[in-house]
Ligand binder design. Structure first.
Ligand code: CTP
Length: 404
């Protein structure tokens, strides 16, 4: 997804400079071509050698005339984003005033790509009107400010000014550079995770869904420019960045929030493992052991996907089919019966991937009769492949197949 994408990571002089190591590591792990540029003060906090080892490239330090620094200017032209983490009050002030007195500020001034800035400084410096105004100036020019976070600072004070979490900075970089942006201007609703149907205030009926596949799906669409409403049941993973997350618990809540967002959506991908049955009633108080062993009567929940299929119009509707046998046959029945444009058939028998796993292997069937196989891969990679199919079907109107 991010293989070979050039990124400049700028490190200016603050105690948080060491935390840029994590950022570089995360971006390199994604396959990005990371080049680190440090200010003189940054290089006093942490050795450039560390960044050379992590990034696999020499570190840019000097603006004056070395062949290495000229190489870095060329690199800035190839880079798809510049991310400055940590950005000190001093570096932020220089950026706001268009100064170019070191390699990092010069590169930022010369850049025609997104510049992302993750401030880190003492909270008094962060709250100072001078810094405030500089940040407003940068935002107005389209610079993306990430954080800072609040908490205990290196100086012992509490307040706002800590460098944002490396994972959050990395995800913001990914959002900025991910391509294609084929869902820009499109609104999606994605639902995900299990639901919980209460038996009493402490007990519920649920299922093994971890919410990982739906989270990956919402993330892939958001990375590719979609405006995503993400309706999620209790999941093992947090919602992705860059979506409007709506947390629900029961099948009925899942239904009302999903259908609510569907009204203004261009497409929907329903990944949630919605309970098919719920107790007729939930006891108002905890059911006591001393009483007789309880018997529960169940009723069917409403099928959200089928309901959406009935009034689909021109909107794109994709469902999942969790199956333990006759995968393709059962999935194609769901495709037809629920009036879907696409169904993703998921083997949940526990052999490989599926519920609870970080990986998945799926078969995709489309209304037009195409069939795609997505081999066992991380759920993020599966979601990206599904986004490719959705894009082909929904935006480009293509019909193709990769099945033999
Ligand atoms: N689904 C839904 N509302 C329900 C049940 C399922 O919207 N009450 C959706 C799921 O989110 C999924 C699709 O329908 O996108 C298929 O769900 P699945 O559990 O595979 O099948 P069911 O339709 O419930 O049928 P069965 O359990 O008999 O396989």
């Amino acid at each position: 997804m991010f293989e070979g994408i050039g990124i400049v990571v700028g490190v200016s002089g603050g105690i948080a400079a060491y935390r840029a190591c994590d950022l570089v590591r995360l971006l390199v792990k994604d396959g990005m071509d990371v080049h680190v540029v440090m200010t003189e003060a940054g290089a006093r906090f942490i050795s450039p050698l560390t960044f050379r080892a992590l990034s696999g490239h020499d570190v840019g330090l000097d603006i004056f005339g070395t062949s290495e620094s000229i190489g870095h200017i060329a690199l800035a032209r190839k880079a798809k984003a510049i991310v400055i983490a940590p950005a000190t009050a001093n570096t932020i002030a220089k950026l706001a005033h268009g100064m170019a007195d070191n390699l990092l500020t010069a590169l930022s001034l010369a850049a025609r790509v997104p510049v992302l800035v993750a401030p880190a400084m003492n909270s008094a410096m962060w709250e100072n009107p001078a810094t405030r105004e500089n940040v407003v100036t940068l935002k107005r020019r389209g610079v993306r400010i990430i954080g800072p976070a609040a908490g205990e600072m290196a100086c012992g004070e509490h307040g706002e000014g800590k460098l944002a979490d490396a994972g959050a900075i990395a995800e913001t970089v990914r959002m900025a550079v991910a391509l294609p942006k084929d869902f820009a201007g499109k609104r999606f609703v994605v639902n995900s995770g299990p639901t919980r149907e209460p038996l009493d205030p402490v007990r519920f009926i649920s299922n093994r869904s971890s919410g990982r596949m739906g989270t990956a799906m919402a993330r892939a669409l958001a990375l590719r420019g979609a405006e995503v409403t993400f309706v999620h049941g209790p999941s093992e993973v947090p919602p992705p960045m860059g979506v409007r997350a709506v947390s629900v618990e029961t099948a009925e809540e899942m239904r009302s929030k999903t259908i609510g967002a569907w009204k203004r959506a261009d497409g929907a991908v329903l990944v949630a493992a919605v309970a098919d049955f719920k107790p007729v009633a939930s006891a108002a108080h905890k059911i006591k052991k001393a009483a007789a062993v309880p018997a529960f009567s169940l009723v069917e929940t409403r099928d959200i996907l089928a309901e959406m299929g009935k009034n689909k119009g021109k909107r794109f509707l994709c469902g999942f089919a969790a199956e333990t046998r006759d995968l393709v046959k059962n999935a194609s029945e769901k495709l037809r019966e629920k009036n879907l444009d696409m169904v993703v058939a998921n083997d949940v028998s526990g052999k490989a991937g599926g519920f609870g796993s970080t990986q998945n292997a799926v078969t995709v069937l489309t209304k037009g009769g195409a069939r795609f196989e997505v081999p066992l891969s991380d759920k993020d990679a599966v979601a990206w492949a599904l986004a490719d199919v959705i894009s082909g079907e929904m935006i480009h109107g293509r019909r193709k197949t990769n099945a033999r």
